[in-house]
Design a protein around this ligand. Structure first.
Ligand SMILES: N[C@@H](CCC(=O)N[C@@H](CS)C(=O)NCC(=O)O)C(=O)O
Length: 200
């Protein structure tokens, strides 16, 4: 399989899960501005939504949408530690968080990357919205990871967004449990490996 990614983008959440599972994959980087793959090909011919992540499966099929790619990987490689099987209710707790991270946190945070939005609007509207969501997550962090003391699918995704927050100086020090969580996840082998791979 092949992951189309952009360095540091939300596609990093998929790479983290690939490394958590320990399955081999190829990687192709995409320039999101020009929509060109590093091979020079037009990325829009692979995904006309123009967004990463995109997973090309071994049979050539193209799968898009982060939350779905994550589930595909866990189910295909029977990584039940990352996503419990159907029949185990905690599967839905994992998916509940995946959905929250992708629809609420990621989509709100993405406004900070929008060059057409004025800085004062980002500061007065979107940063407070993001802070409210960080507060919510902080208040619901009862274990080492989002669902339990086991790392599951949404943890890699949340880590990527906390990394963006760090890079964009959105201070999370007021959210003590979230800050400790970020430092804990940052030390995982899959994270260290994924960041090193993207920096090659
Ligand atoms: N609905 C997609 C959105 C993914 C997304 O927003 N990707 C960003 C990078 S984090 C992107 O490729 N943006 C470029 C664009 O949409 O033109 C998903 O959940 O996978």
């Amino acid at each position: 399989m092949k992951l189309f990614y952009s360095k540091g983008a939300c596609s990093l959440a998929v790479r983290i899960i690939i490394n958590e599972i320990g399955v081999p994959a190829q990687y192709e980087s995409v320039d999101l501005k020009s929509k060109k793959i590093n091979t020079g090909e037009n990325f829009l011919e692979i995904n006309d939504k123009g967004a990463v992540p995109v997973l090309e499966l071994n049979d050539g099929q193209i799968l898009t949408e982060n939350a779905i790619i994550l589930q595909y990987l866990a189910d295909t490689y029977q990584a039940t530690q990352l996503l419990p099987s159907l029949g185990n209710f905690s599967r839905f707790r994992v998916l509940e968080w995946v959905n929250y991270i992708t629809t609420e946190l990621h989509k709100t945070f993405a406004n900070l990357f929008n060059p057409t939005l004025p800085e004062d609007i980002k500061k007065s509207i979107f940063i407070p919205m993001i802070q409210k969501k960080f507060q919510y997550i902080n208040d619901h962090l009862k274990h080492d990871y989002l669902v339990s003391n086991t790392f599951t699918l949404p943890d890699g995704y949340l880590y990527v967004i906390l990394r963006w927050a760090h890079g964009m100086k959105v201070d999370i020090s007021a959210y003590k449990k979230l800050k400790d969580y970020f430092e804990r996840v940052d030390k995982r082998e899959s994270i260290i490996k994924s960041l090193a791979e993207e920096n090659e």
